[in-house]
Design a protein around this ligand. Structure first.
Ligand code: ADP
Ligand code: MG
Length: 340
């Protein structure tokens, strides 16, 4: 199958066209319009086989992750997604693979009301690059640089699940060794953790509903302990994290010790939860926004006037043991160049 036929069959006319797309897939450029009074947010992330996902990962999982990591970046600045472009490098033309991959891309585009507006298709080692674009009012952009000493530090969802899921896939974590739970429970826990690794949920609605209230935001791709330092540096602040407050799912709690759960939550990557700072004056407004949401939010600490990150357990300094790599290097071979 030629490039043209692949594009025509798998990546054309996938979704309900948006009114702001004047020219979509099929011409030399995509042409779109940005609403008045909105700024355009643009982000790109590449997933390379064997580096960002295991080579035997299902095509629907790869598609899901490629979408999610990009939409998560839009969420982190408070942008509402509008369009994606897809640059695909394929080893061969496996129609079943392309069917499953493109179906998942189309389904997620539909779900988020996003249009696939263009891309590129080449032959080479399997890699997927998505560029995602969205809108954010210029006065409400959630950058990394607005945190102030005293602001409360929050995260969405639960942390560490994806790291444990990856360790299950790599046979470093054996859920079947848990003797105090049934094999059905073992299977359910294992499936949950692996799913959190393959299919992170981009916190798009959290990003847009919080952007006016919060002072800074980042999405957690490399692990809380490393990623919080981006906010600290950009905002010239220190931070305290109360490790006893870290949101740990019941599944992760059941799978590993408390120490290991803290270690996953601090240092494993790929959670794609939002980490943000909240000025204390905005607490009431924040609680209203929280009630309107299905996502859980947890206060895990506070920004300080220094430049250090302090970890505390029950108000005493906490020295993490059994830590994974310092800031999670995307695992299958270190990938220091990856930022998102
Ligand atoms: P050109 O040679 O002008 O760059 P291409 O032959 O690469 O054009 O692509 C033809 C059209 O198909 C363009 O509109 C491009 O944006 C789109 N396209 C190519 N690959 C993909 C893809 N994987 N997903 C969506 N659109 C794609
Ligand atoms: Mg091209």
């Amino acid at each position: 199958m030629k490039e043209f036929n692949i594009i025509e069959r798998f990546f054309t006319g996938q979704s309900q066209p948006r009114h702001d797309v004047i020219v979509g897939v099929g011409d030399d450029c995509a042409i779109t319009t940005v609403p008045a009074n909105q700024a355009l947010a643009t982000t790109t992330d590449t997933l390379v086989s064997g580096v960002h996902f295991l080579a035997d990962t299902a095509p629907s999982d790869i598609a899901h992750k490629a979408m999610a990591v990009n939409l998560s970046d839009l969420a982190a600045v408070g942008a509402i997604p509008a369009w994606i472009s897809l640059a695909l490098s394929l080893e061969d033309t496996d129609e079943d693979w392309l069917d499953e991959f493109s179906d998942t891309i189309a389904r997620l585009c539909e779900y988020y009301s996003v249009n696939l507006i263009g891309g590129d298709t080449t032959r080479g080692p399997l890699s997927i690059t998505i560029t995602a674009q969205g809108f954010v009012p210029p006065g409400s952009i959630a950058t990394r640089s607005g945190a102030q000493p005293g602001d409360l530090l929050y995260v969405t969802g639960s942390l560490g699940d994806a790291g444990a899921g990856l360790d299950i896939l790599l046979n470093k974590l054996d859920i079947t060794a848990l003797t105090d739970i049934s094999s059905e429970e073992q299977t359910a826990i294992s499936q949950y953790l692996v799913e959190r690794h393959h299919r992170p949920t981009p916190r798009v609605l959290s990003g847009t509903s919080l952007r006016r209230i919060i002072s800074s935001c980042i999405d957690l791709s490399d692990g809380l302990r490393g990623d919080i330092q981006h906010i600290m540096r950009a905002s010239s602040c220190g931070a305290i994290i109360n490790v006893d407050a870290l949101p740990i799912s019941s599944q992760l709690s059941a799978a590993v010790s408390v120490e290991q759960a803290i270690s996953y939550a601090l240092s494993a990557g790929d959670d794609y939860e939002l980490c943000f700072t909240l000025p204390q004056d905005n607490t009431t407004e924040f609680e209203l926004a929280m009630h309107a949401s299905n996502v859980s939010y947890t206060c895990i600490g506070q920004m300080t006037g220094g430049d250090q990150l302090e970890l505390r357990l029950h108000d005493k300094p906490y020295q993490p043991t059994n830590l994974l790599t310092a800031a999670f290097e995307h695992q299958f071979g270190a990938d220091p160049a990856h930022t998102s």
